[in-house]
Design a protein around this ligand. Structure first.
Ligand code: ZN
Length: 402
């Protein structure tokens, strides 16, 4: 089969690889009809997150048709159309029993304290082959495959795999409700869906980014927008909230705050590579510290802004990804405001059915954020365009079938 294979930082290739096979009696094999490129994949290609094994297949968003099941799979039959949630849970441990799949005791071969397992990730996350491929092996298929109802398209279902469920998770963590002023950091695909979810829950939304096309999409969804290159974020938020600050804040940026943008004085792709090479030579372990691309960007910028912008006794949800090496938080300012701070990796499986219900009821259509629909044969060019944040490239769906 064809698959997108990681060779080294900056080097991914579309290659012919062996088809996956059933290994455990609880496995299933899925022939993928839809996959996607996620901002998280860019971290791996760029090397922001280390520990990616050469030969790993990328991708953690998948929809397809079940082609084979192990002897112990009871709930899922061959021929079913399914979505695969990005994170893996065993379904039986104390955490899976509470639907905290991202904290499963059994999924990570390195042990129960080793962290979340997801498909197409670095070694520390289980090294399971990903979904930018024509077929995939799914573990504990009874738990980790969810039948897609008739009436839900592949375009809609593929977003339930990760980014819509993650956006919803953000609004759950922040306990967004009627009458809240919700501040959303990051207007990428997850940010846009978080805006939609927050509005669905009856909130007013203020959205922060610096890219004009993304801010425009947020504005069209009815958010008040702040361009952080043009305005001081805390001042703008206070002005928009009658001096109170936002009652709820959702950080969907994470370490992405480090990545430089287009614009006057900002280095282009070739210049970034050169700067990166020089910095790596000067500080050999810079990569492992998540210290990437260009000096002057602040990886904890959104953490500080969140505490500054939230209202007294408000809630902050951190869903954007931070590497384990980042250990700074404005704890003093936070405690003085009596804040609630919640965070974590989405327990995707938990929210899949709820998302299907909202889509079927016509209350949410995540597929509106898909801007590109590419055959897998064009995947490398699609990665390049997505990596450059080329204007208009919000979310790339991949079609694995030839
Ligand atoms: Zn488990």
């Amino acid at each position: 089969m064809k698959a997108v294979v990681f060779h080294a930082v900056g080097d991914i290739r579309l290659e012919e690889v062996p088809d996956p096979v059933l290994k455990d009696p609880t496995d299933a094999i899925v022939r993928l009809t839809s996959s996607a490129i996620c901002g998280t994949d860019l971290h791996f290609v760029r090397g922001t997150f280390a520990g990616f094994v050469a030969g790993q297949i990328l991708g953690h968003e998948g929809v397809g048709i079940v082609e084979g099941v192990g002897a112990q799979v009871r709930n899922i039959k061959v021929g079913r159309r399914v979505v695969i949630p990005s994170t893996v849970g065993c379904g039986n441990c104390q955490f899976c029993a509470r639907e905290l799949y991202a904290q499963c005791d059994n999924a990570n071969p390195a042990g129960k304290l080793a962290g979340t397992v997801f498909y197409g990730g670095p070694e520390a996350t289980g090294n399971l082959p990903g979904f930018q491929a024509q077929k995939a092996r799914v573990l504990w298929a009874d738990v980790n495959l969810v039948p897609v109802p008739d009436g839900i398209t592949d375009d809609q279902a593929i977003l339930v795999s990760d980014i819509l469920t993650t956006a919803w998770f953000g609004t759950e963590l922040a306990e967004v409700g009627e009458g809240d002023d919700v501040l959303v950091f990051g207007c990428g695909p997850v940010g846009q869906l978080a805006i939609a979810c927050a509005k669905l829950r009856g909130a007013r939304v203020i959205a922060v980014d610096r890219l004009a096309d993304r801010l425009e999409v947020a504005r069209r969804q009815g958010a008040d927008v702040i361009d952080f290159d043009a305005e001081k974020v805390p001042e703008a938020v206070l002005r928009l909230t009658n001096g109170d600050g936002a009652s709820k804040v959702i950080d969907l940026v994470g370490v992405d705050a480090m990545v430089p943008q287009r614009g006057p004085g900002v280095p282009d792709r070739a210049e970034r590579k050169e700067i990166d090479r020089e910095r790596k030579a000067a500080t050999p372990d810079a990569h492992q510290q998540g210290d990437h691309w260009v000096a002057g960007d602040n990886p904890t910028q959104v953490l500080s802004w969140s505490v500054e912008c939230v209202a007294k006794a408000g809630t902050i949800a951190i869903v954007g990804v931070y590497p384990p090496t980042i250990d700074a938080y404005p704890i003093g300012a936070a405690i003085n405001k009596n804040l609630t701070i919640r965070m974590g990796v989405c327990n995707h499986r938990r929210y899949v059915d709820e998302m299907f219900e909202l889509i079927l009821a016509g209350r949410l259509d995540p597929s509106t954020i898909i801007t590109q629909d590419e055959p897998i044969t064009d995947v490398i060019a699609a990665y390049e365009a997505f990596d450059e944040r080329r204007q208009g490239w919000m979310k790339v769906e991949l079609e694995p079938a030839e």
